[in-house]
Design a protein around this ligand. Structure first.
Ligand code: MLT
Length: 421
């Protein structure tokens, strides 16, 4: 409710200059003789978009992909099955899955000249910058898959992106640690191949821990789509100009990079490490949050759409202890996170505000245990989110009602001014 006299989201005209709209937006004088004007504070493809892909009920804490509950998919499916489901709308038959996997396996390699692209970045480069540039650069190698209205080209671009992102992500990591790039090993599964290219060395045989691969696969499933969030609406918006799929996904990676979106799990880990370094007093930390002392925030709690426990966080929480035990990792951050959750969830301040842990609360602890540096966490998010971006882009491009995205702007600046003489 904007606190204004409005019907069906339409604001009456002649709103005064001092009127405050959503997000503190100052609404300028809307001058018109008659009728109503729609105040749409988003973009065409963010505020007004329908979708058949992901269902979220933020009050009940429900998330479904194409109708299937996230908990069941996380338990029973593989990431590639879920990718197929998101993109095609149906779970694959065993034959369809084999065909899909084979196609992906055939495209894991990067062009030989493209490999040298990675040497051009400083070793301090943030891997998200490398990943987004590399995805954009795919369009230069594959002009045969740039036409948004040719379904075969779109299929090819979708497969190439799914196949090559693990290679790109692993190379971004290798560049940052100054290690040689490994070719994909196509006898391995999707996640196993990614882990080997990331942590393997040319001189040593790398054994992929199947439990680690399984948990990472499951984390990718949990991140695979989350309706019209910042990065997904970016992908749709860029695509609405008929930019190709590579260009659109590259833009989505940049949107995901921000600490308010994909970078949030890094912020959680940093918060836990700070609490630990300060002596591990969780109650004192929670009090600081409540009193808004020193700008301290409880990272990984609360979500724009959830007024309940984020269903993804519930699955991750269960997996965290198991994966750490399997790997023989004893990380005090996990105990801290659990204490913090308990204290917060029994405190009226958080209960009344319906602040629950979100998906980012535990994932950083798992990624750290797996050996990923913190600046790679967002890249893992991007790997998981890729099928969602592809599915959403395809839905947008196939919808005859899609128009190029354009914000509806209300001018709130100076009135006409005369140029100084
Ligand atoms: C996501 O999964 O994209 C995040 O929870 C952010 C969001 O959905 O707004």
């Amino acid at each position: 409710d904007f606190g204004l006299d409005h019907k069906d989201g339409r604001l009456p005209l002649e709103v005064t200059e001092s009127t405050e709209g959503p997000g503190g937006l100052k609404i300028g004088k809307l001058l018109s003789e008659t009728g109503y004007v729609t105040l749409d504070t988003g973009f065409v493809n963010t505020a007004s978009c329908t979708s058949e892909i992901t269902y979220i009920d933020g009050d009940a804490g429900i998330l479904r992909y194409r109708g299937y509950p996230i908990e069941e998919l996380a338990e029973k499916s593989s990431f590639l099955e879920v990718s197929y489901l998101l993109i095609n709308g149906e779970l694959p038959t065993p034959e369809q899955l084999t065909e899909f996997q084979d196609k992906i396996t055939n495209h894991t390699l990067l062009h030989e000249r493209f490999r040298s692209f990675f040497n051009g970045f400083p070793s301090s480069a943030h891997p998200m910058a490398v990943v987004s540039s590399a995805i954009g650069a795919l369009s230069t190698y594959y002009p045969d898959s740039l036409d948004p209205f040719d379904p075969e080209q779109v299929d090819l671009a979708s497969i190439r992106l799914l196949a090559k992102l693990p290679t790109i992500a692993a190379y971004a990591y290798k560049t940052s640690v100054g290690q040689p790039l490994l070719y994909p090993d196509n006898t391995l599964g999707y996640v196993e191949n990614f882990l080997r290219m990331t942590f393997g060395l040319p001189t040593e045989k790398f054994e992929v821990d199947p439990e680690v691969a399984k948990v990472l696969d499951m984390l990718f499933i949990l991140h695979a789509d989350h309706e019209q969030n910042c990065s997904t609406s970016t992908v749709r918006l860029v695509g609405s100009s008929h930019a190709n799929l590579y260009a659109s996904v590259s833009a989505g990676v940049n949107a995901l990079w921000g600490p308010l979106h994909g970078g949030a799990n890094q912020a959680v880990l940093e918060m836990l490490e700070k609490i630990h370094a300060d002596g591990g007093d969780v109650k004192a930390f929670v009090n600081k949050v409540k009193n808004k002392e020193d700008g301290v925030k409880l990272m990984g709690f609360g979500h724009r759409v959830y007024r309940n426990y984020d269903p993804r966080a519930a699955v991750v929480k269960k997996a965290t202890r198991k994966v750490l035990d399997t790997m023989g990792v004893n990380d005090p951050m996990l105990d801290l996170a659990m204490q913090l959750e308990e204290v917060a969830l029994t405190d009226d301040y958080f209960v009344q505000r319906k602040l629950y842990p979100n998906v980012d609360f535990y994932t950083g602890i798992i990624y750290k245990a797996m050996g990923f540096p913190v600046n790679a966490f967002t890249v893992l998010f991007a790997l998981g989110r890729l099928p969602g971006w592809i599915a959403q882009w395809r839905e947008m491009i196939n919808d005859p009602a899609t128009k190029i995205g354009r914000p509806r702007q209300i001018y709130v600046g100076s009135p006409e001014r005369h140029y100084p003489a």
